[in-house]
Design a protein around this ligand. Structure first.
Ligand code: C2G
Length: 444
């Protein structure tokens, strides 16, 4: 007898899952389905799983396609199961191509093409899978699609970018259902979009999506001017859609905890926040697009830290910047608050230590580079015996956290996330606007 095994979370059991099991079954005479336990899913960074293990097992059983259901509880279990159960074929969806080749030492490994396009009645169906489209097909868009498979309840189905051949290649590589000919066409096929295009296009793409009743997760900065962001928020309310700025650090568990600890009095009263973010680039969008520069590209992160730690109402902003061909290559922004001072150092043409220091009247928080991924930080005091180290798990490159938040906002119908409130996004946009105006004045 040929035994086949497959594994999955099988949350909100849908057409894609059913077809996968059907085809896996035809590879042998007996199908074993491993359903992931919640602790295993936590361990591998799968977010937003909505159904309990019992419900998910029930749905797999109800499909009538499994001869046996087991629970997947730990990393490395697959090798064990395959040997223990005398499995001849391991089958899994093609979103995992290559990832399970190591099982080839124990049995045959088959990747089955995943089902494109999940039938869903969309948002009106609370249990449905949210269909998402990607705008832009660059580096960040690629990472987004890869990360999206770790968020339950969302399926990336479509892509549109100015270059049709770029969209087609992207859709093929990631097995998306649509490579749309126009942005309007993309908007007609999805419930939500992720906008990952050059900064100067964000406002317009967001506006069009909102007006089409499509939820928007837009790369930071959504807007380089506070008023533009405000207008978009108002429009989102009018059309009852979610508009969220994809500022990944805000949604990462470690950063949230660092902010909570710093604000809870552990280091006394916060007197300064100093954050640095540099990236060495010599060509490309960061330097060449219409709104290029170290500020528009990188300052959102330090501004987020300031706003989270010191509030949304700074009293003054002063920028000094080294400009090249009208583009700020290296900038230092000093931000004053009534009882604190902060600085952001960002650079595209200079490399520096990317750390964050939050100084208080009793001690300080130190987050080493890369602080914006916040996997680790320390609270440090005059007496080093009081120092403490904090460690956090940070899976992938962080995009899954913002996506998970976005999806739960859509589900819950909430316009705002406490992880990045609207007034915080507005304050960041305002800092961006002032800092950039300042840099130009300084750089001449
Ligand atoms: N699937 C599919 N088509 C879809 C969606 C999912 O064929 N549109 C497949 C996946 O490729 C996978 C199975 O359905 O083979 C279960 O998918 P998930 O529940 O998302 O589970 P996953 O996170 O892929 O877990 O150990 C667990 C495994 O690594 C797979």
């Amino acid at each position: 007898m040929r035994r086949v095994i497959t594994y999955g979370t099988f949350d909100l059991f849908h057409e894609g899952h059913r077809r996968l099991l059907e085809r896996a079954r035809t590879l042998g005479d007996y199908l074993v389905v491993g359903v992931t336990s919640s602790s295993y899913d936590n361990g591998r960074g799968k977010l937003n799983v909505r159904e309990s293990l019992v419900e998910r097992i029930h749905n797999v059983t109800q499909s009538g396609l499994a001869d046996e259901v087991i629970v997947e509880e730990y990393e490395g279990q697959k090798i064990h199961d395959i040997q223990r159960l005398g499995i001849s074929t391991f089958a899994i969806g093609s979103d995992w191509v290559g990832k399970f080749d190591y099982l080839g030492d124990y049995c045959e490994v088959v990747y089955l093409e995943r089902t494109k396009g999940i039938s869903s009645t969309g948002l009106r169906d609370a249990a449905g899978v949210i269909r998402m489209g990607v705008v832009g097909a660059g580096r960040i868009a690629r990472r987004f699609v890869q990360e999206a498979r770790f968020v339950s309840g969302v399926n990336v189905e479509a892509v549109w970018t100015r270059r049709p051949e770029g969209a087609r290649a992207f859709a093929e590589e990631f097995e998306l259902r649509w490579a749309n000919d126009s942005y309007e066409d993309l908007l007609a096929h999805v419930d939500a979009v992720y906008i990952a295009t050059p900064h100067e296009t964000h406002v317009e793409f967001s506006r069009q999506a909102i007006e089409a009743g499509v939820h928007v997760l837009c790369e930071k900065p959504i807007a380089l001017h506070r008023d533009e962001l405000e207008t978009l928020f108002e429009l989102a309310d009018k059309h009852s859609v979610v508009l969220l700025e994809a500022l990944k650090t805000a949604f990462s568990p470690g950063f949230q905890r660092m902010v909570a600890i710093a604000r809870s009095g552990t280091i006394g009263t916060i007197r300064s926040v100093d954050a640095t973010f540099t990236k060495l680039v010599t060509s490309g969008r960061e330097l060449e697009s219409a709104e290029a520069g170290s500020l528009s590209e990188l300052a959102s992160y330090p501004f987020l830290a300031m706003v989270k730690l010191l509030g949304t109402e700074p009293t003054a902003v002063t920028t000094r910047a080294i400009m090249a061909d009208g583009v700020d290559m290296f900038s230092r922004v000093d931000v004053d608050y009534p009882q604190a001072i902060a600085s952001a150092t960002v650079g595209l043409g200079v490399k520096s230590e990317g750390d964050l220091v939050v100084s208080g009247t009793q001690g300080y928080v130190y987050v080493p580079a890369p602080w914006w991924l916040t996997e680790y930080f320390e609270t440090r005091f005059e007496d080093p015996r009081e120092n403490r180290k904090y460690f956090y798990k940070f899976d992938g490159d962080g995009l899954r956290y913002e996506l998970a938040e976005f999806i739960s906002m859509i589900r819950e119908g909430s316009a705002e996330s406490f992880r990045l409130r609207r007034d915080e996004s507005r304050a960041i946009a305002s800092l961006m606007e002032r800092a950039r105006a300042n840099a130009e004045a300084f750089g001449g």
